[in-house]
Design a protein around this ligand. Structure first.
Ligand SMILES: Nc1nc2c(c(=O)[nH]1)N[C@H]1C(S)=C(S)[C@@H](COP(=O)(O)O)O[C@H]1N2
Ligand SMILES: [Mo]
Length: 318
């Protein structure tokens, strides 16, 4: 993400690919080791309540629908090139800064315009039927990845709390804890991180809460223990470390919209025809590839989601 302050521009996507490819050479060795670990025999571990569960715990998941057959981005890249401002505005730093973050104990409070408000413990969420969803992910800054998430449809959680007829939007809130999130000691964004979806977007079968990737629980830097994944929208909609989900009547104001309303709108659907005010969105760099590729409308998920936006002016509702 980009802010206008010059201190942030250094950590932005203006030069990052150059930095990225230099770092990449250095990271390749470690990547080979991480890759080898993935094909190791499956080790079952019992999940105990309140026990710290760090990345590396295997999850049982069925092969979900909607997965792309495109080549998956290597684990090492998914876990070492992160936007996670609660830790740092530098994409290479969250991997290290998040390594002692303990995502236990953890609850998500689901409240607001619902008949049955409920607080879910992360251990109960890990017992939901989990699916692997291999999704294309597109950051608003112009890079993309293919990530084999593990999770479940957000709708299966929302159905349990029974949203009432007044509920029109869903507001998500990340953990606020400056002691555990060094980035929250600085006001790069207004904390906590907040995001939102319209009700039909939230209930769409492509929208998932992810609790893992590449077969394991989520690494801290990717949003442990639970984060949102909405593959037809820019990456910043995929809020990490969620502690609260609130059903509301009015359109939520996200942390990014607050920071720069003319740059980050509520919908933030991937759209190669609507440029960011400061750069084109027509192309993207798939992490690990050299040549840019064209960005697809709705990130290639148009067949599934275009009907949600029939009749809307997508330039106005960016
Ligand atoms: N809480 C929180 N969620 C967040 C962010 C963040 O800084 N804080 N960054 C967003 C952005 S800009 C992107 S592109 C994705 C990156 O997710 P990844 O690091 O797992 O690839 O997380 C999104 N979710
Ligand atoms: Mo992003």
């Amino acid at each position: 993400m980009l802010l206008k302050k010059s201190s942030d521009i250094r950590s932005s996507e203006i030069t990052p690919e150059g930095i990225y490819f230099n770092r990449r050479k250095f990271l390749l060795g470690a990547g080979a080791i991480a890759g080898a670990a993935l094909v190791a025999p499956k080790v079952e571990r019992i999940l105990m309540p309140s026990q710290p569960v760090l990345a590396g715990t295997k999850l049982d998941a069925s092969k979900g629908s909607y997965s792309t057959s495109e080549k998956e981005t290597p684990y090492n890249d998914i876990t070492h090139y992160n936007n996670y401002y609660e830790f740092s505005t530098d994409k290479y730093e969250p991997a290290d800064l998040a390594k002692n973050f303990n995502p236990r104990p953890w609850t998500i409070k689901v409240e607001g315009l619902v008949n049955k408000p409920k607080t879910f413990d992360i251990d109960s969420l890990l017992k939901m039927p989990l699916e692997e969803r291999i999704y294309r992910m597109r950051c608003v800054e112009g890079w993309s990845m293919v990530i084999p998430w593990i999770g479940f449809p957000l709708s299966s959680l929302l159905n349990q709390v029974e949203p009432n007829s007044k509920a029109k939007f869903v507001e998500f809130t990340s953990l606020y804890d400056p002691k555990r999130f060094p980035g929250q000691q600085r006001s790069v964004l207004e904390w906590p991180y907040v995001e939102g979806l319209r009700m039909d977007e939230a209930m769409h079968p492509l929208t998932i809460l992810a609790v893992g990737l590449y077969g394991d629980t989520l690494p801290n830097q990717d949003g442990a223990p639970v984060r949102l994944v909405v593959p037809w929208k820019y990456g910043f909609k995929g809020i990490k470390a969620i502690v609260k989900i609130k059903l509301v009547e009015r359109e939520p104001v996200s942390a990014w919209t607050k920071a720069a309303p003319n740059e980050y709108g509520f919908y933030s659907n991937v759209n190669p025809n609507v440029d960011h005010p400061r750069w084109s969105q027509a192309k993207e760099r798939r992490i690990g590839e050299f040549l840019k590729r064209p960005t697809l409308m709705y990130n290639g998920y148009g067949d599934q989601v275009a009907s949600l936006y029939t009749g809307m002016d997508l330039k106005k509702n960016f």
